[in-house]
Ligand binder design. Structure first.
Ligand code: NAP
Length: 337
């Protein structure tokens, strides 16, 4: 074990995309566990769009990351030293480990769960982690798809969206359509994941293509992006439709510039429901969902892609992939051995 450890801390609050001046690398001594604590060598980081929202000094569901504090992030690592009865050396743990080589867990603020060491860590961070759980509960608990429904999902080739579409198919949706940012992504959705159709929002007329692909309107719209795409989908809702507000990535780099929805009245005329949710509210139900997900993964009904970026020092680039659309599936940073 080396005696220094890197921590990526918030140097200044970003405006727009995160650049090299937003995050600073600090070298610190490898932490020593206090009473009741353990030190975890971080191996993989879950890169999520919400990290960008935590960098703003704005109210949210978690407090903003303080200037000078380690960038908050989920991750998986291995316990390398322990003074805690809850963690043994060699345990694999999942928790909010942060963008750093070593994390201290077991203190009053740090929560970490031991996970079976044999689970593929990239699957644990994607399809069986908060991403897969977000797809599962957002679609099934909030969207409540019924047999034969038309389900549309945006951010469809991303980590959450790609799983949403496949769960919808597994649950008997009549038609599943994805909205994504390239022809390659659209082809992947249809050819590999079994979506019935896909729209490239960067090159196609989204409203016209959705009218073709969803002639009876949209019963469930799972929104990952907000903005103009949300508005377009609102305009094509079927009677009693459900709109699942999962995320609004189109607005995260500039939350002051909210998009003015013009098709909002469709909620009234179609007696539709639009509802947001946070996966944090479902933590105690992960077990039931992971069991069902495992069945689908083993049956080949749910496939998942991961986009692995090597090196803690590239965590910012990895985050930016989410905003440029450079990823297909879940973005994960793999730290050096
Ligand atoms: P992801 O979908 O893997 O990556 C984000 C994708 O969004 C990119 O690949 C990009 O694909 C697309 N995108 C980026 N900017 C866009 C824009 N301006 N307009 C349209 N599409 C854009 O990320 P994820 O982790 O699965 O997260 C997806 C969404 O779920 C995010 O909004 C996230 O905040 C939300 N989320 C919510 C919860 C919750 O508890 N509610 C939990 C987890 C995630 P293209 O190539 O298609 O542009």
């Amino acid at each position: 074990m080396t005696d220094t450890s890197r921590r990526l801390v918030l140097a200044r609050r970003p405006e727009g995309m995160v650049d090299d001046t937003v995050v600073r690398v600090d070298q610190v001594p490898v932490p020593v566990p206090g009473e009741g604590e353990a030190v975890v060598r971080v191996r993989y980081l879950s890169i999520d769009p919400t990290i960008r929202t935590w960098m703003d000094d704005a109210p949210g569901y978690l407090p903003p990351i303080e200037l000078g504090a380690v960038i908050r992030s989920g991750g998986i690592g291995e316990v390398v030293a322990s003074n805690s009865e809850h963690y043994a050396e060699g345990d694999t743990v999942f928790g909010m480990l942060g963008w750093q080589d070593h994390a201290v867990v077991g203190g009053p603020d740090a929560m970490a769960q031991v996970v079976p060491g044999e689970v593929d860590p990239t699957a644990a961070l994607s399809v069986f982690g908060t991403t897969g759980m977000t797809a599962y509960f957002g679609l099934l608990d909030v969207g409540k798809p019924e047999e034969g429904d038309t389900v549309v999902v945006s951010g469809a080739a991303g980590a959450t969206g790609s799983v949403v579409g496949q769960i919808a198919k597994a649950k008997g949706a009549g038609r599943v359509v994805g909205i994504a940012g390239s022809d390659e992504k659209c082809a992947w959705l249809v050819d590999e994941l079994g979506f019935d159709g896909a729209v490239n929002y960067k090159t196609e007329d989204v409203a016209a293509r959705l009218r073709e692909l969803c002639p009876d309107g949209i019963d469930v719209y799972f929104d990952n992006v907000g903005g103009e795409i949300l508005d377009t989908c609102l305009g094509q809702l079927a009677m009693k439709a459900r709109v699942v507000c999962c995320g609004a990535i189109s607005a995260y780099n500039d939350r002051g510039a909210a998009y003015g929805l013009t098709n909002y009245f469709t909620l009234i005329t179609k007696r539709a429901r639009m509802e947001g949710f946070l996966i944090l509210d479902y933590l105690d139900r992960f077990g039931e969902a992971q069991g069902e997900m495992l069945g689908w993964v083993l049956d080949g009904k749910v496939k998942h892609a991961v986009h692995v970026v090597d090196g803690l020092e590239h965590a910012t680039d990895a985050l930016n992939l989410l905003f440029t659309g450079g990823n297909t599936g879940k973005v994960i940073v793999k730290l050096e051995d």
